[in-house]
Ligand binder design. Structure first.
Ligand code: HEC
Ligand code: HEC
Length: 294
């Protein structure tokens, strides 16, 4: 049975593609530089600042360990920023600069509002439950996304949105080879047991987030699918690598993604189990070299 969350997984695939945005890559200013420090004082700016705070310090406010237990919408203590690096300003780490300009989105004759897309990450990445549409938290997240998209073109996904397309690997992804990649490039931060490094109490959340286990994203998350994880990891990990200077080869990225996913993750909520969709994976056709920096 198709559900809204299944549709979102399809949206993930569609959004990972390049679309027309690359035409703008060289012609426009850097879209990835919004700075909340420049905001005037006032209630609108306060809401934007609160939205950024929610993305950076998610667990403190709405994670499993939220200061107010009634606000514990997340089922883990990941931050949005654990994946959406630099509070949504890092190209190819699923940034937010064109998000408000391209939602609501039509998928298979259904309209996916931005609130639904945000709540997909609440339910899958944060392994929790939906934020109420009318909450100050939802309003803050959207206000921040709108702010960092100020002056971006309506209806266009600017270059760097989504994840970096990655070619299919030469050899089928192999978790045993991925183990070796992990030891060499990931253990130093994420730990041999994949559990990362929690912040020291009374802080909550992580200096380095976990990659598997009960405290991680769940099995229906984009990050739990090899193709998405491989694209994300190649363009962003180990920390210090970026899409312009990947550290891992294409094969290493697929192998280490397979290794990460071979470990257990929390079960997906029952209504969100994706249908098999081989065409979701980034393809060779997608894997053109992106033009220089945005
Ligand atoms: C475990 C990693 C992870 C976490 C944690 C996470 N997300 Fe996501 N998010 C993703 C991935 C992967 C995508 C899809 C990237 C793609 O295909 O474009 C995504 C996409 C999105 C999008 C769609 C953006 C667009 O324009 O396409 C929004 C909005 C979003 N996330 C909001 C959030 C918010 C808010 C939080 C925190 C409450 C959050 N996410 C936490 C991984 C994560
Ligand atoms: C220098 C430390 C460091 C190294 C090395 C490193 N990471 Fe990370 N990783 C991080 C940090 C820190 C974050 C969260 C980003 C943030 O909070 O700003 C992260 C986030 C992630 C995420 C998304 C969040 C999550 O919990 O799923 C994945 C996936 C990931 N890393 C995989 C890897 C893999 C695979 C490797 C090895 C190829 C690797 N990392 C190497 C520090 C590191």
């Amino acid at each position: 049975m198709r559900t809204i969350l299944t549709d979102i997984l399809i949206v993930l695939a569609v959004l990972t593609g390049f679309g027309g945005g690359y035409l703008l890559w060289d012609k426009q200013a850097n879209w990835y530089k919004a700075d909340i420090a420049k905001l005037e004082p006032g209630p609108d700016s306060d809401l934007i600042r609160y939205g950024k705070e929610l993305i950076v310090n998610t667990p403190r406010h709405i994670g499993k360990s939220a200061e107010d237990p009634a606000m514990a919408y997340g089922g883990n203590d990941l931050a949005c920023q654990s994946c959406h690096l630099k509070a949504g300003l890092q190209p190819f780490a699923a940034p937010f600069v064109s998000t408000v300009a391209t939602f609501p989105m039509m998928v298979d004759n259904r309209v996916i509002p931005l609130t639904t897309r945000i709540n997909a990450c609440m339910e899958l990445g944060l392994n929790g439950r939906a934020l109420p549409d009318e909450s100050r938290e939802m309003a803050g997240l959207i206000a921040y996304m709108k702010f960092i998209g100020t002056d971006t073109p309506e209806g266009v996904r600017v270059p760097g949105m989504g994840l970096m397309p990655i070619a299919f690997p030469q050899d089928a992804p192999d978790a045993r080879r991925g183990d070796l990649v992990y030891v060499k490039h990931c253990t130093s931060c994420h730990g041999a047991n994949g559990q990362g490094e929690p912040k020291a109490s009374p802080e909550v959340g992580y200096y380095v987030p976990p990659l598997w286990g009960d405290t991680s994203f769940n099995a229906a998350a984009g990050m739990a699918q090899t193709a998405y994880a491989a694209s994300y990891i190649r363009a962003n990990m180990p920390t210090g690598a970026d899409y312009q200077a990947p550290v891992l080869s294409v094969q290493e990225a697929w192998d280490v993604a397979a290794y990460m996913i071979s470990h257990p993750h929390p079960l997906a909520p029952p209504e969100s189990v994706p249908e098999p969709q081989a065409e979701d994976a980034p393809t060779d056709e997608d894997a053109e070299t992106p033009p220089a920096q945005p």
